[in-house]
Design a protein around this ligand. Sequence first.
Ligand code: PMP
Length: 367
Amino acid sequence: MTQNLDRLNALPLRDDLRGKAPYGAPQLDVAVALNTNENTHPVPADVHTAIVEEVTAAAWTLNRYPDREFTALREELAAYLGHGLGAENLWAANGSNEILQQILQAFGGPGRSLLTFVPTYSMYPLLAAGTHTGFVAGERSADFGLTAESAAEQVRRHRPDVVFLCSPNNPTGTALDEDVVTAVYEAGEPHRAVVVVDEAYAEFSHGGTGTALSLLAGRPRLIVSRTMSKAFALAGARLGYFAAAPEVADAIRLVRLPYHLSAVTQATALAALRHSEALLANVEDIKRQRDRIVEELRRLGLAPAASDSNFVFFGGMPDSRAMWQALLEDGVLVRDVGIPGHLRVTAGTEEETTAFLTSMERIVSAG
Ligand code: PMP
């Protein structure tokens, strides 16, 4: 590795990328991997069959470039979201990471800035760096919450060009109240800030209500970002998307690579969307496991945060690093998000959740 690093440093790399570490959630070979907020339920058999059929048909077209406008996919995504949205409001890319990158390419860039409220999704600063967008780490309260007053005040103070609001927030798990989104949007009015609500985990919120989609009408600078990686159990297919005013999609058309969504990706996502009911049935089970984790960790004397997502952020450990290591020794991989005294665990299947809770109980009672 050191030799590689020396060779990397010898390359004419951009100065601002020198010494940077790539995104690197560990991909370890463990029995119970609950560290990257995937949907650990396998793809249901009938959905698998539908995907194979759709991809088989697409394979005959691979000599040609795919539909650059992925029209059928935008129509299906709009139908899934509802809220009166049409294909013209939708855009898709290779995961919501690419969605967020494209937004920064179009609305951020040199001399511009992105404001977000930490702790939040660890890719935001990396996406800012990669697009030469200044990164402003806004503050949350001591319990990691964010009020409308505080968020709006920070927008007025920093005058960012783009604001990322993560709701439900990764890694803390809680959704934002609607009034935070509207207050941030209004505070960004004088300098025309673009406000992105990253709703990667929206389908897991309590009652399924936590979404800014209903706020889109009449707000041309508001973007709601979603993904098929979580609720749809499709992390491997790489399909993220957003809903916004049609002119926002036109802005992104200026920076996207031609034919960025492969025919195979489009076929996979279409088949999955046509079976959304079967896929989303697992969401209810994941929510049950999530609530079970919160309840059981409380019983063990730990301090789990309330969660609207498919993961639980918890504190109350004297040594979170030792806890992470002890769990790994039991074959359970969770995420150390770099916040002292805290860990994050993804709600898995019932069996995986039981394995995690059994291991936690053993470690806690061993002292
Ligand atoms: N936003 C948030 C808040 C996330 O946690 C993640 C994935 N961990 C993403 C976006 C990106 O997901 P994907 O690129 O798979 O859509």
